[in-house]
Design a protein around this ligand. Structure first.
Ligand code: ADP
Ligand code: MG
Length: 238
């Protein structure tokens, strides 16, 4: 069974159609990258999957269940925001624990989950520091830790590395790929950066003007682009 299925998804803001008949199947454990130029609808698609936007028509199905209308917290999805979304006055432990505190989880459960996330992300030594005392990469890892503690069915990343410098970005790409292998989790990653798509994805979804142009593995897209857009977008050097 697919972890996530999108059927004929369409989203309009007034008369502006931002997503047009998007169809997609994602298997459990896949790392899928949505790539496309700025303004093509990537964030709107992620926000729709997360339940932060209502779609105009079509279906969103998670583990065989239609979730249109199901509130975000009940979809089993965690969205990773950019590192600047951390709370500056809370230490790393409480930043990671935040979603569990909101759910009033028992302290022992919170401690266990934060410790496990901190170990995966190599943040054990930083738990009692404030975000202001961390490097950019460490802050980004705290943002990811906040998603991990929720043990979501699907992780959503919306251009999480776009604030980081080139060296750190390439390092974080590697770490995210490793994290995916360790957790065996289903991850959807949005970027406008072709290099990120080609190096990280099991499967790439190329988007343009609210439409899916092609879905395939990195090599397949590179060798057999379905049309001119895919060829120029994936083929063009950064
Ligand atoms: P991307 O993430 O690929 O850059 P977005 O999903 O953010 O693209 O935006 C796609 C299009 O939808 C853009 O034209 C944007 O201006 C428009 N858009 C996004 N959110 C809204 C909104 N809340 N109201 C009106 N238009 C929006
Ligand atoms: Mg966006």
């Amino acid at each position: 069974m697919n972890r996530l299925q999108l059927k004929h998804l369409t989203k309009r803001f007034g008369c502006l159609e931002v997503l047009h008949d998007v169809n997609l199947e994602i298997a459990n454990g896949e790392f899928v990258v949505f790539v496309g130029p700025s303004g093509c609808g990537k964030s709107t698609l992620l926000r729709s999957i997360a339940g932060l936007e209502n779609v105009t028509s079509g279906e969103i199905i998670i583990d065989g269940m239609r979730v249109n209308g199901v509130p975000p917290v009940r979809r089993g999805i965690a969205m990773v925001f950019q590192s600047y979304a951390l709370y500056p006055h809370l230490n790393v432990f409480e930043n990671i624990a935040f979603p569990l505190r909101v759910e009033h989880r028992p302290d022992s459960d919170v401690k266990k989950r934060v410790a496990a996330a901190a170990e995966i992300l190599h943040l054990q030594e930083r738990l009692y520091h404030k975000p202001g005392e961390l490097s950019g990469g460490q802050r980004q890892r705290v943002a990811i830790g906040r998603a991990i503690v929720r043990e979501p069915k699907i992780f959503l990343f919306d251009e999480p590395l776009s604030n980081l410098d080139a060296a750190l970005r390439s390092n974080m790409r590697f770490e995210l790929t490793k994290l995916h292998a360790e957790l065996g989790a289903t991850m959807i990653y949005v970027t406008h950066d072709q290099t990120e798509a080609m190096t990280m994805a099991d499967k790439i979804v190329v988007m343009n003007s609210g439409k899916v142009e092609q879905i395939g593995g990195p090599i397949e897209l590179y060798q057999r682009p379905a049309n001119e857009f895919v060829a120029s977008f994936i083929g063009s050097p950064k």
